[in-house]
Design a protein around this ligand. Structure first.
Ligand SMILES: Nc1nc2c(ncn2[C@@H]2O[C@H](COP(=O)(O)OP(=O)(O)OP(=O)(O)O)[C@@H](O)[C@H]2O)c(=O)[nH]1
Length: 183
């Protein structure tokens, strides 16, 4: 049962998969039956189209996590931040890491509690551990001391892997899922 509420900012480079991620979370954990029926009758059938549906209908983007409800916001000082990285990008996350480093050092974003770096589109890499390690290491040089607890988690927002349930790939199911890390 949710006992409190938190704010979450979802950020990342263009095309990294932010809308797909948020759409998936709202669909699975943020909609009652009447909203689901409304969504269905609007013809919305892809995760990526759910955020525009919420915005068009001026609905709060709120979903349930294990111990809290979470509302997605645009502010600079949310409780939680998710930074989405595209694992299929050729530079192995280097430009994404630079952008996050710059944002943090200029105080463009200051998570109060947690920062989750989601290495997304792992399905496109066939869940390559090597790709995940290469991307993770791009982020290791960033000074994250002011960002609270940090996690780097491999996911596929499109397929839902490691969002609520761990993937079947052995190397990738030892850490927390995204939802467990959000708390
Ligand atoms: N294969 C694969 N494709 C994905 C995944 N997540 C997102 N995509 C695709 O990546 C493309 C961009 O996804 P979006 O969710 O629109 O990305 P975004 O970060 O919101 O994009 P902007 O609004 O342009 O910044 C779409 O074609 C998605 O279907 C994933 O986990 N796996």
């Amino acid at each position: 049962m949710a006992s409190n509420s938190k704010t979450l900012a979802v950020l990342g480079q263009p095309g990294a998969g932010k809308k797909t991620l948020v759409g998936s979370l709202l669909y699975k954990c943020g909609m009652d039956l009447s909203l689901l029926q409304q969504l269905e009758s609007s013809g919305t059938s892809k995760y990526v189209d759910i955020v525009p549906f919420f915005e068009q209908h001026k609905l709060a983007k709120t979903f349930c996590a294990p111990s809290t409800t979470i509302t997605i916001v645009d502010g600079k000082t949310p409780d939680l931040v998710i930074w989405v990285v595209d694992a299929s990008a050729l530079d192995r996350g280097a430009s994404s890491a630079d952008e996050l480093a710059s944002l943090i050092s200029h105080k463009g974003i200051e998570p109060k509690e947690k920062l989750l770096i989601l290495v997304n589109k792992m399905d496109e890499t066939e869940w390559s551990e090597e790709v995940f390690e290469a991307i993770s290491s791009s982020f290791k040089s960033i000074d994250l001391d002011s960002s609270g607890e940090t996690y780097t988690i491999p996911v596929s927002a499109l397929r839902g892997d490691n969002l609520l349930e761990a993937p079947s790939v052995p190397w990738a199911n030892t850490g927390p899922t995204m939802m467990q890390a959000l708390g």
